[in-house]
Design a protein around this ligand. Structure first.
Ligand SMILES: *[C@@H]1O[C@H](CO)[C@@H](O)[C@H](O)[C@H]1NC(C)=O
Length: 159
C-alpha cells in the first residue's frame, strides 16, 4: 500500500510541476517540529517576482512541498486553513483532516516526504488576500499546542 501511494503521489507531483513556480516567501509557525522546503504552487507566475500567488476563481490549484518531520505518525491529521483579518477559516471546502490523502503514510521521523494538495478555487471564495496555513500533527482529532506538529504559512490572493 505504501508503495502504491508513493507512486501515485510521485506521478501527481510530476504532473503538477509543469506550470508550478517555487514560492520562497513562506514562514514556519511557532513551535513547529519539521523542516519544509521546495514549496511549489501551480499556477503562481507571481513567485518569479517574489509576490503573493494570485489564484483565479474557478481554477484548479496545486500546492506541493517537501518536508522532514521531527516526529513520526501512523495516522497524521491535517488542517489547511486561510486566515483573513485574523480569522481562521477552513480552506476552500476541503475539510478532510486525513493527512494520508496528501502525503504517504506513515509519516516517518527524520525522513524527507512529499505533500501534494490540490483544490478548486470556488466562486464562493471572496477575492481578497489570505494567509494560507498548512498544519499536520499526530493522530489527535485536534492539535494541542504541545503536540509535535508541522506548520507553515504563506500569502495568497484570490483573484
Ligand atoms: C479541475 O479539476 C477537475 C478534476 O480533475 C476537472 O474535472 C476540472 O475540469 C478542472 N477544472 C478546470 C477549470 O481546469
Amino acid at each position: 500500500m505504501a508503495i502504491f501511494v508513493s507512486t501515485v503521489v510521485g506521478l501527481m507531483l510530476a504532473a503538477s510541476v509543469v506550470n508550478a513556480e517555487q514560492v520562497k516567501n513562506y514562514r514556519m509557525c511557532q513551535n513547529t517540529n519539521c523542516d519544509v522546503y521546495d514549496l511549489f504552487v501551480d499556477p503562481c507566475p507571481e513567485a518569479l517576482e517574489n509576490q503573493a500567488c494570485e489564484l483565479p476563481q474557478t481554477e484548479n490549484v496545486s500546492i506541493a512541498f517537501k518536508y522532514k518531520p521531527k516526529f513520526g505518525s501512523n495516522l497524521p491529521k491535517a488542517r489547511v486553513s486561510a486566515e483573513i483579518f485574523m480569522l481562521d477559516l477552513p480552506f476552500i471546502l476541503n475539510t478532510n483532516t486525513n493527512a494520508c490523502l496528501y502525503t504517504n503514510c506513515p509519516v516517518v521521523k527524520d525522513t524527507e516526504q512529499n505533500w501534494l494538495y490540490n483544490f478548486f478555487v470556488s466562486k464562493n471564495f471572496p477575492r481578497t488576500s489570505y494567509t494560507i496555513r498548512f498544519k499536520f500533527w499526530d493522530t489527535e482529532p485536534i492539535a494541542h499546542s504541545d503536540d509535535p506538529q508541522c506548520c507553515f504559512k504563506f500569502e495568497i490572493k484570490i483573484v
